[in-house]
Design a protein around this ligand. Sequence first.
Ligand SMILES: *Cc1c(COP(=O)(O)O)cnc(C)c1O
Length: 392
Amino acid sequence: MTRRSATDLIHHPYKPPAGFEAPVPGVFKASTVIFANVAAMRARRWKDKQGYTYGLHGTPTTFTLEERVATLEGGRFTLLVPSGLAAVGLVDAAFLRSGDEVLVPDNGYGPGKELAQAELARWGIKHRFYDAMDPAAFERAIGPDTRLAWLEAAGSVTMEFPDLRALARIARARGVLTVLDNTWGAGIAFNPFDLGNGQSVDVSMHALTKYPSGGGDVLMGAVTTRDDALYARLAQTHMRWGWGVGANDAEALLRALPSVALRYRAQDDAARVVAKWLQQRPEIGRLLHPAFEGSPGHEHWAAHCTAAAGLFSVLFDERFTVAQVDRFVDALKLFRIGYSWGGAMSLVVPYELQPMRSLPHGHAGVLVRFSIGLEDPQDLIADLEQALSGLG
Ligand SMILES: *Cc1c(COP(=O)(O)O)cnc(C)c1O
């Protein structure tokens, strides 16, 4: 029976030869996955990545990216979600239920705190903000209902580096699961599953939006663990809520991952050059960069890390008003004003700390955060110099 071309354009008889290989793996796009027969459909297995069922449950493209992110993080199992914030939500949804309490660092990623305050609270899940720089206070914050503790290194915006080993050890001793927001370390600065002295976190969460993407153009998050049972729990929640990622975004990540370590180290080096220059300026009251002595938690950074993200903040001398610092930020030409970091373009954001913190933070002066991109650091310094000269 001859068919019409409209049909053959869908059910085409040509099959390309198998065995094609190229430096970047092929991109598979699917909602529907086709089964050879009913028996194959009934025998479907996707939870252990031994087969395919539906695009949401994984394709060769997403499985490949998951395996590579697991390798980057030093874990065994990774799940991908549409953003870093969705990765926070996946961990919370997988491990918490009504009546439980979650501990969140007071200097943690702001939208993650808001998720606890505004959404988890609606489900009867309690939260408590703790001082990440005080392990004894962390231990005191653990109560009978505490199930999960978020850790973050370095802290959001104020860049404090906590004693991760101590926090992980305390949580383990008290039977509390730990999840680290590992976006800053990116799997490069330190290994969250091998913190030294036998300590490890249970789960690592990573906003692939930042360094792994490197472009400022993709949103994606990852949740990684070494533990079979924790992975099974996460995978069930991931599947039931339908938090899949698009193939084009996975492709962008697969393309960017081979250079992530090079970019991370180049941005680290450039950031330290720029931060050192800024630190010596009379307009600057304090530099907040964990690799610099005098920065909060510098000794813990030195004990855990071999590198740092290209991210730092400065507190302007207290004589400068918010309006003056805003004018400085507006005068910058190479540093563009925008959230996120880890991309090729240097970014700047002024922050008002007071509404961001529940506990005393001890910082004075207007805070500005810089994300160093891949421009020449001497050009970035020249840009900062011309903008500072207008400060008066
Ligand atoms: C950006 C970021 C997130 C959230 O990632 P998105 O993909 O923007 O949702 C979470 N944690 C940290 C530390 C981040 O920097």
